[in-house]
Ligand binder design. Sequence first.
Ligand SMILES: Cc1ncc(C[n+]2csc(CCOP(=O)(O)OP(=O)(O)O)c2C)c(N)n1
Length: 323
Amino acid sequence: MPDSLPVAISQQMTLLSAIHSPADLKKLSLAELQKLADECRKEVIELVSLNGGHFASSLGVVELTVALHHVYSTPHDKIVWDVGHQAYVHKILTGRKEQMQTNRQFGGLAGFPKRTESAHDAFGTGHATTSISAAAGIAVASELAGGNEKVIAVIGDGSMTGGMAFEAMNHLGDLKSDVLVILNDNQMAISPSTGGLRHHLVNITLNKTYNRVRKLVWKSISLFNNDLGNKAKNAVRKLEEGVKAALTPGAFFEALGLRYFGPIDGHNMEQLVKALKEMQALPHPKLLHVITTKGKGFKPAEENQCKWHAHNGGFDKPNLIDK
Ligand SMILES: Cc1ncc(C[n+]2csc(CCOP(=O)(O)OP(=O)(O)O)c2C)c(N)n1
């Protein structure tokens, strides 16, 4: 971590106990955000060990959720969680920490985001693959009302294979609305992801040359920004776009009209916060490719991600925590 924890914080009560709404995350340093993420992870393990529930997917997005609530401001900004089974940390950070004991019980909290439960839940979910479409609708409504909120869809690589996600990205490319799609790529649906998209994503992630070329291309585009006449600039841009489309990762998403960024390490708080701040400044459709590990931080879940997708509870938590 680039900055170290103030001694007072490392020795005192938990950071989580002082978080009552996402506004409390705003002033935290990177080290404090990571400490908060570690505490949230323990909280999810504790909760599911007692009452059961969805598990491995929430553990995989702990850092992402903390970073999102640090950079963006819900309920003004809208975060749409695809499926919603990974939203436990989101619920913990948005004023429902104490009620999480009632998760999925009669009269208690819902196991998924629910609009009537919290203003921070932008969309009610449960059905996979709806998030990008919902985010596009929210963004269009905001534009019509003259709003300025940022809209983010967080979707897993499994749900990204559903037709509705492609339809929504295709539409977004036409709408040109300010929507950030975060592709949470853990190579897992409930079981391992399959199909052509999976191979495309693996190629992107593994191909370092593509990533180097992409960085070079974008760097050279920015070099031309001010110095050449408009005609030359346009010609260069067209050429660069062509080269970029042919050589860079994410060309598939770019072809649909979303600018592609990544892949980044979804457990590295510094990378996440930096990337999200960059995304926040861009007013058009874009996709941030984030690589995560399903079950992160809990060894049995990392080793058997399918089995630990959800759990009935009653497991031996203290002996199993991998930290
Ligand atoms: C339409 C629909 N089909 C199937 C499911 C069951 N389901 C719940 S989570 C999930 C896998 C989601 O995988 P991914 O989107 O990659 O998220 P991850 O759990 O890996 O974070 C599936 C298929 C569902 N919720 N909705």
